[in-house]
Design a protein around this ligand. Structure first.
Ligand SMILES: Cc1cc2nc3c(=O)[nH]c(=O)nc-3n(C[C@H](O)[C@H](O)[C@H](O)COP(=O)(O)O)c2cc1C
Length: 346
């Protein structure tokens, strides 16, 4: 009933607006008084059996909101009321920055996909902290996805990650190091052996000086080769960080139903949603097999149904995240998946 309402009334209305405008409308609506309560009553689904332990943290269920939706930590309670087991805020950079010029998100409805080139638009780490300070946490895991400012030269990127890590440390439960967005020039070069070892090694060194270190995950691109992936797995193991988030958006445009002309008109950016599904699952499976299951993976990319979620869990993912599926399937998706996962044992 609620899904039908979303598919036949709400989505067609929202899709009349540009994706960024539609996002702003959704945000305005879910912030209205009482809406959070109504959303909670409609969409929250609790069952003890959904709970899981990963990297020493207890997640009430395996489905998280992916980074990029709540960049400034301003929607945590609202999104949690939709039944997400965890919320990843960000990507957050040390300084606020406007991101790329608009338009910078595009829908590819025939492919159930999005292309975005947002470019880490966010208000900066201090603004996020002022929001996080107001959150009363009850059984909700919050991840902090951190990145570098566009104006920071690549060779100084490590400092940006260290600043965000240090400042956010008291307010989040885990960190995701984002070196895989295609929309910050040359960022993905940080996935190369030397800079990656340096960044992750420095973060983990700092982490281990804390009384209670927090899990650090590395978010990778789906466009890495298996050879690169082998290096990444080695670095994750050597530095002793907690796990991998696989994957970010892809720069590939292979196999799309959308016409080549439309795709060309859209231009550069990261593709998310259904076309990413198989590649991200392949990467999850590779990491889990190659590490004999010793590296926890947060699986993400094209999850739009319970079957998609199960596919990724069967590939070995410990947790899952969703962004594009939420846009195409609506707010009932998380509950729909969790209802099926109650019966699914990994
Ligand atoms: C509009 C948009 C903005 C995004 N912004 C970020 C971001 O700031 N940081 C990040 O790590 N990933 C970001 N992502 C990537 C998602 O977190 C996710 O890795 C990717 O979209 C694949 O998942 P999906 O197919 O479920 O969307 C963004 C994705 C979209 C569609």
């Amino acid at each position: 009933m609620v899904s039908a309402m979303y598919n036949f009334i709400i989505k067609p209305l929202l899709f009349k607006f540009s994706p960024e405008k539609a996002h702003a409308i959704i945000v305005a609506i879910i912030r209205l008084p009482f809406v959070k309560m109504i959303l909670g009553a409609l969409f929250n689904f609790r069952d003890e059996r959904l709970g899981t332990e990963v990297a020493g943290l207890h997640f009430k269920n395996r489905i998280g909101l992916a980074a990029g939706f709540d960049k400034n930590a301003s929607l945590i309670r609202e999104m949690a009321s939709l039944g997400f087991g965890f919320i990843e805020i960000g990507t957050i950079t040390p300084l606020g920055q406007p991101g790329n010029p608009k338009p910078r998100i595009f829908r590819l409805p025939e492919d159930q996909a999005l292309v975005n080139r947002m470019g880490f638009n966010n208000l900066g780490v201090d603004a996020a902290i002022s929001k996080l300070k107001k959150i009363k946490k009850k059984n909700l895991i919050i991840g902090g996805n951190i990145g570098k400012n566009k104006i920071t030269p690549l060779e100084n990127a490590k400092e940006d990650y260290l600043i965000c890590f240090t400042k956010l440390f008291p307010y989040v439960d885990y960190f995701t190091v984002n070196v895989s967005s295609p929309n910050t020039p040359n960022l993905r070069e940080l996935q190369d052996k030397k800079p990656l070892t340096d960044i992750l090694g420095s973060l983990q060194k700092l982490n281990l000086t804390k009384e209670k270190p927090k899990p650090i995950f590395l978010k990778i691109a789906p466009d890495v080769s298996f050879e690169q992936l082998d290096d990444i797995i080695d670095i994750v193991q050597q530095t002793g960080i907690s796990g991998i988030v696989a994957t970010n958006t892809t720069i590939s445009r292979e196999g799309l139903v959308t016409s080549a002309h439309t795709v060309e008109m859209i231009g550069s950016g990261g593709l998310s949603g259904l076309p990413l599904k198989h590649r991200s699952t392949e990467i999850i499976r590779y990491i889990v097999q190659r590490s004999n299951g010793s590296i926890p993976v947060i699986g993400i990319g094209g999850i739009q149904s319970a079957e998609d979620a199960i596919e990724k869990l069967e590939a070995g993912a410990s947790l899952l995240q969703i962004y594009t599926g939420f846009i195409y399937e609506g707010p009932a998706l998380v509950k729909r998946i969790n209802k099926v996962l109650v019966k699914f044992q990994t």
